[in-house]
Design a protein around this ligand. Structure first.
Ligand SMILES: [Zn+2]
Length: 177
């Protein structure tokens, strides 16, 4: 890699930000150690707070999936998972869970990038921050459905107003005949 990414990371590592990554905000995800690109915000679909990890549907080919292992304790108790490593510097960047109890069942087979080991490059502001400075929460299905319902109800009211105006004008036209 041409540029020394560590300088960029150091200069902004202490930046206090509480930025929610919105759908419109474009972010690339990097290995914090060597700045290799591991994914981007288009593949992100939330975060698991209890594992301090970003949930990704896809990652780049620079993420290496290691052999599966089982855990007996902690948050990963009774899970079978593989570690994810950066192919360039071999540092651990996350996990992918193959088998898990119900509390983690929703994130099985997804790539979970460990936030403290990930840096984010925010395209809009051209700045590099630690992933821990950002939140990757996504709206729940219920919240999205409520928004759509409100929009549809507003459109329905608008159409009813237009219809009643048309009805009024047709009556007036009848009278004027
Ligand atoms: Zn790396």
């Amino acid at each position: 890699m041409e540029f020394d990414g560590s300088v960029l990371i150091r200069s902004t590592a202490d930046l206090k930000m509480s930025t929610e990554v919105q759908h419109t905000q474009r972010v690339t995800l990097h290995c914090r150690q060597c700045s290799t690109v591991l994914g981007d915000s288009l593949g992100v679909c939330g975060e698991v707070k209890r594992l301090d990890s970003i949930i990704c549907l896809k990652v780049t080919n620079d993420v290496v999936v290691s052999y599966a292992t089982a855990s007996r304790e902690g948050e990963m108790a009774n899970c079978i998972y593989s570690s994810l490593k950066c192919c360039c510097c071999r540092s651990a960047v996350g996990i992918v869970i193959h088998s898990a109890p119900s509390r983690l069942a929703a994130v099985r087979s997804m790539f979970l990038l460990y936030k403290p080991n990930i840096s984010c490059y925010i395209l809009d502001s051209s700045s590099m921050v630690t992933a821990s400075a950002l939140t990757f929460d996504t709206k729940t299905c219920k919240e999205s459905m409520n928004e759509v319902r409100q929009q549809l109800e507003a459109q329905l009211q608008q159409m009813l107003r237009v219809k009643s105006r048309l009805d009024d004008s047709s009556i007036t036209a009848e009278i004027n005949k």
